[in-house]
Design a binder for this molecule. Structure first.
Ligand SMILES: [Zn+2]
Length: 474
């Protein structure tokens, strides 16, 4: 790689968590036939073919931790090969092309500082655990951003992120170079803005990516301006599933593009971590807070009523209801942990990724940080409370608000996670907030089927209760 202009493809690989929160199994999804569910179909259309094309060695990418967890169980070898390909790049350049992602794909600007820290630290821990080195960058779910989120990224060692061009608070933006965003206390972070038109074409115009040679010469090369005084990078960002799933055979396009076509047009391939080593951000930019890449109304798509999805009256009460539930759960968590554990209960939650990643058993984790014997009932209660906090993080998975109606698997799952969190907290503390939660969820209704969130909540609480009865009989 030299000082030639360079192109970077970023793939955001992610799926909504479809597992039933009690069984951990994904229910059969008829639309994904002949496969049992969408994860499996997309695996065969996209994740695996991209491994076979060695694309994870050359593109910038992030894989959502919850998807990684599924992949690890479904096809360990494919997961290992993704990591191997990224590691080859890391060894070659001293910096990797993989990016971390906030753990539960939560819209971070809509969360408290404490929740941001948990999501970021769990996401980084997941990356470190799997790839064996620290990431340079972190993908923000839906590229949703505010200054506090960027500050938390920097505090945890993250050096860059990728945003949409309209998230810059600046009319004339030159996306062929990274920018620096200044933060309080002299901190700063690098932001790469993707090229909007090219990213849109890659995503929605299959004709543009039918031939890698033509893509390089006709679509990409004219976007570089030799009159610019700096070396230029152009970045196209999209969902990773585009390559092979949304558009068949595009894994082959990627491979040919990155190994042949770019080179023929005098264009290098690169990725942000490497690019910023050689071309550090020189210009400063301010960002527009509470904006994202898939809602042009800020982050309203996940919190209220905007034209991205019609009939979205259910979204605001849904978020408000879950926030109230979270607040109650946190009060119980904090007050009970204060009795039992000498340390900071929130530090304990931030570190819980060690259990999620099977680095420590819950018993060892609690013994290490709480100075308590796990055989005691207190140790057991701490374990339940931490598991409840995990469910409480899951219930803010952004997919629950992304679509047009409440009666879909994604919002229903968020309610199921909330029910689990309420139930586990009850088991640990003896205090039930079930009735309050039901009241808060009542205003959330599907405009399509009439299903309401409190009915879903009650269903899952009942299942948890029945489960408990079965367990105690054994
Ligand atoms: Zn919107």
């Amino acid at each position: 790689m030299s000082n030639e202009p360079a192109f970077c493809v970023h793939g955001h690989f992610y799926q909504p968590p479809r597992e039933d929160p009690l069984t951990g199994e994904i229910p059969i999804e008829a639309g994904a036939s002949p496969y049992s569910n969408w994860n499996e179909k997309i695996f065969h259309d996209c994740y695996k073919p991209n491994v076979e094309a060695s694309n994870y060695e050359r593109i910038s990418f992030n894989i959502g931790p919850t998807l990684f967890q599924w992949l690890e169980k479904y096809d360990h070898e494919t997961m290992a090969r993704i990591i191997e390909q990224e590691n080859r790049c890391y060894v070659r350049y001293g910096v990797g092309n993989g990016m971390a992602q906030a753990y539960n794909h939560t819209i971070l600007p809509l969360m408290s500082r404490r929740d941001k820290i948990t999501q970021i630290r769990w996401g980084l821990a997941d990356f470190n655990h799997r790839f064996g080195h620290s990431p340079t960058g972190m993908w923000l779910p839906e590229t949703a951003v505010d200054l506090e989120t960027l500050e938390m990224l920097v505090d945890n060692g993250v050096k860059f992120t990728i945003l949409a061009p309209w998230q810059a608070d600046q009319p004339e933006l030159d996306v062929t170079q990274p920018y620096r965003v200044d933060l309080p206390e002299g901190k700063s972070i690098t932001v790469f803005f993707y090229e909007q038109d090219l990213s849109t074409r890659v995503s929605f115009d299959p004709g543009a990516t039918a031939n890698a040679d033509l893509f390089s010469s006709d679509y990409l090369a004219p976007r570089f301006h030799s009159s610019n005084h700096h070396t230029e990078i152009i970045l196209a960002a999209s969902d990773g599933e585009l390559y092979g799933h949304h558009q068949p055979f595009r894994e082959k396009f990627l491979n040919f593009l990155l190994t042949h076509s770019l080179n023929q047009n005098g264009i290098d391939w690169t990725f942000p971590g490497l690019w910023m080593l050689r071309n550090p951000a020189e210009k400063q930019v301010k960002i527009r807070e509470n904006t994202s890449w898939s809602c042009h109304h800020g982050v309203v798509r996940w919190s209220g009523n905007c034209t991205c999805t019609p009939n979205s009256d259910w979204k605001k009460p849904f978020r408000d209801g879950l926030l109230k539930i979270a607040e109650e759960l946190d009060l119980l968590y904090e007050s009970h942990m204060a009795r039992w554990s000498p340390g900071d209960a929130w530090e304990l939650r931030h570190g819980y990724s060690q259990v999620l990643l099977d680095e420590l058993t819950p018993r060892k984790f609690i013994q290490r940080y709480c100075d308590i014997q796990m055989s005691s009932s207190t140790g057991w209660k701490i374990q339940l409370l931490l598991q409840a906090q995990y469910e409480r993080q899951r219930m803010f998975t952004s997919c629950g608000w992304f679509f047009e109606d409440f009666d879909r698997i994604e919002p229903r799952n968020n309610v199921a996670y909330a029910a689990q969190a309420v139930w586990l907290t009850y088991l640990a503390t003896g205090t039930s907030i079930e009735e309050k939660a039901v009241e808060w969820l009542k205003p959330v209704k599907s405009w399509h089927s009439g299903l309401s969130a409190d009915a879903v909540f009650r269903h899952y609480i009942q299942r948890a209760r029945n489960n408990q009865k079965l367990l105690s009989k054994k």
